[in-house]
Write a protein that binds this ligand. Structure first.
Ligand SMILES: C=C(O[C@@H]1C=C(C(=O)O)C=C[C@H]1O)C(=O)O
Length: 270
């Protein structure tokens, strides 16, 4: 029985379309159990062996690469504005001194550090934004927030709001890859790859019905959620996404974000 973990946010619904049923019915010869969690927690669970396969933040793949294998070309990426990964700043971005970082994130934490360094040579002091805190409640000049809670920032509070997908794509002229399906080495991924690809392909073919199912409970219109799935997010790890991933790796490595920050459970609030 494979233990498989996926991101609990809306962005992942098209990737796991019908996946739980397929795993439980054992139709494809892959027997597994699907659980949902925050990206940072999935990274820790995969690292410590509580999961065999997980949709983990791309920076965590860099950190654990010798123990990991990419399972599928299904991924969470963007080729422009992503909507759900934002830097909310109370001051002009170049003046940020204290930055709060969403504890659900690992990749967007690294992406924020990379962009602030590359664009303004900034290395602000960092503090965590816990899942219980609102971005407005935290004592910081700016807040990185990801996932469903990043979609509707409080109006009138911030002087600058960056969509980090958009900023990366404009800066690099390449797509950005947030998360990938990764397995621990030694896990048999042959038939799993096919299953994940099939779930993604069917999810992408049914975006309207997925949007219809999840929009209202998240305070979104069907149109907005469909737009998010269809236009903001990109679910294929193609050659341009691979190039974006390699550039991100090299910029992270340059800042010491790969070797120095191993994925011990305590790194969650890095
Ligand atoms: C686009 C997103 O991508 C995500 C961001 C991640 C991160 O910052 O570590 C990891 C997985 C994805 O859920 C999002 O959360 O909104």
């Amino acid at each position: 029985m494979l233990r498989i973990g996926a991101v609990s946010y809306l962005n992942t619904k098209p990737l796991i379309y019908g996946l739980r049923e397929r795993l439980e019915s054992n139709q494809s010869g892959v027997c597994g159990q699907l659980s949902l969690n925050l990206p940072s927690r999935l990274a820790t669970q995969l690292r410590v062996g509580e999961l065999d396969v997980a949709l983990i933040p791309s920076v965590e793949y860099f950190r654990g690469q010798s123990d990991y294998q990419i399972v599928s070309d299904a991924a969470i990426a963007c080729r422009g504005p992503v909507w759900s990964v934002r830097l909310l700043s109370r001051v002009p971005v170049r003046k940020i001194k204290r930055l709060a970082l969403d504890e659900g994130s690992r990749t967007s934490v690294a992406l924020t550090k990379v962009l602030l360094w590359e664009m303004y040579a900034l290395r602000p002091e960092t503090v965590p934004l816990t899942m219980e805190q609102t971005p407005e409640a935290v004592d910081a000049d700016a807040v990185l927030v990801i996932g469903d809670r990043a979609m509707h920032p409080e109006p009138g509070v911030y002087s600058e709001i960056w969509d980090l997908g958009d900023r990366w794509c404009r800066w690099s002229e390449l797509p950005f890859v947030f998360a990938m399906w990764v397995a621990r080495r030694g896990v048999d991924i042959d038939r799993l790859a096919e299953l994940l690809q099939q779930s993604r392909d069917e999810g992408v073919a049914n975006l309207e019905s997925i949007a219809g199912q999840y929009a209202a409970p998240h305070g979104l219109t069907n149109e907005d959620l469909h737009h998010y799935f269809a236009d903001n997010l990109h679910y294929h790890l193609g050659p341009r996404e691979q190039s974006g991933l390699e550039l991100f790796r090299s910029r992270c490595s340059h800042l010491g974000l790969i070797a120095d920050e191993t994925t011990a459970a305590g790194a969650e609030n890095e």
